[in-house]
Write a protein that binds this ligand. Structure first.
Ligand SMILES: Cc1cc2nc3c(=O)[nH]c(=O)nc-3n(C[C@H](O)[C@H](O)[C@H](O)COP(=O)(O)O)c2cc1C
Length: 329
């Protein structure tokens, strides 16, 4: 797949996820083979007011590339200005505009999924952004606002006409939030009605499902979000399955905790131990998901405040699991 002049080595894309897709996790996703990694959304106003936290979110490690940096906002002027900033001052490869965030705090400011109600506004905004920047511009959208306002095809066509280089479509409406299931038939309809690349998104949880989505709904790429939380193997196993037809085994507890520690160490480099360890609590719980006998360790991670204590807790757990497994075998 090509997005503008950026070639992706495979069609597996890590979804943008706020509070998750910082350079620490994105680099792991890239090392696990993702063809493209997307950064968590950054506020246009935050960039324009040079808010320290927002500017830090624009940092891209060379090893993560190709990478897509996502901005959100509700007004054309500030979004275009933020896009210009990202274009000039970051080494991201792609500028993505968020038109899917369903959170009221965001939609109240006409940002995120609110765009989905007005294809003309989408056209104007994307055209103005494309005019103002050098990097390819893409849009990530939901299929519509609610059941009665599903303008996915019109909206994607507006992006295409405006010079957008690709669209990623999450098969839910704004009203659905994360409930119900993603409607891939609408994603297919989008694909049939535009000629820019379409990346399908929503509910892919196994390599087999990823392949099925690529084949059945004819999308150019598959975007994987929640299934990759604490589980970058999902990306690796999907890439392998698409390339060789082989389903690789799931990682064991030790392999998972080794990557969890790498993730934590990278996050500490970025944010310092205090903040990073607190953030890692949720990641640790995700890394533990699917492993046996995690009841108490999943509670205990929430009390951890230092890297070493977190490490001790996780590897004590690994040893317990390995002991049980040795006894059984
Ligand atoms: C924790 C979390 C944070 C998210 N943050 C963003 C975001 O910053 N930008 C965005 O476009 N979508 C965001 N999303 C939506 C995902 O990119 C994706 O569209 C959604 O999770 C559906 O894909 P999945 O079923 O593979 O998880 C977020 C989702 C989650 C679970």
């Amino acid at each position: 797949m090509k997005i503008g002049d950026i070639t992706l080595k495979n069609p597996v894309v890590l979804a943008p996820m706020a509070g998750v897709c910082n350079p620490a996790f994105r680099l792991i996703a890239k090392e696990f083979g993702a063809g493209l990694v997307c950064a968590e959304m950054v506020s246009d106003k935050g960039i324009l007011y040079e808010n320290e936290r927002s500017l830090k979110m624009l940092y891209v490690d060379e090893r993560e590339k190709p990478l897509s940096l996502q901005i959100f906002g509700g007004e054309r002027e500030s979004l275009v200005a933020a896009a210009k900033y990202v274009d000039k001052h970051t080494n991201a490869d792609i500028i993505d505009i968020n038109m899917g965030c369903p959170v009221p705090k965001i939609t109240k400011c006409d940002a995120g999924a609110k765009w989905l109600l007005d294809p003309d506004k989408i056209y104007e905004m994307v055209a103005a952004t494309v005019d103002a920047v050098q990097k390819p511009v893409t849009v990530k959208m939901r299929v519509g606002w609610d059941e009665d306002h599903i303008y996915a095809v019109k909206n994607a066509q507006a992006v295409e006409r405006a010079g957008g280089a690709a669209v990623a479509v999450h098969g839910r409406t704004r009203v659905q939030m994360y409930e119900g299931t993603a409607n891939w038939d609408i994603i297919k309809e989008v694909k049939q009605n535009v000629s820019i690349p379409v990346i399908g998104n929503g509910d892919i949880s196994t390599p087999q499902e990823a392949k099925e989505c690529l084949e059945k709904y004819c999308v150019d790429g598959v975007m994987i979000g929640r299934a990759a939380l604490g589980n970058p193997w999902m990306l690796y196993r999907t890439v392998q399955y698409l390339e060789t037809g082989e389903i690789l085994p799931e990682p064991n507890a030790r392999e998972k905790m080794n990557i969890c520690m790498l993730h934590m160490d990278r996050l500490i480099e970025l944010k310092g131990e205090d903040v990073a360890v607190r953030e890692m609590r949720k990641h640790a719980a995700w890394y533990l998901k699917g492993l046996p006998k995690t009841g108490s360790v999943r509670n205990e991670v929430n009390q951890m405040t230092t890297r070493d204590d977190m490490g001790k807790l996780l590897f004590n757990y690994v040893e317990q699991v390995e002991e049980i497994q040795q006894k059984i075998s």
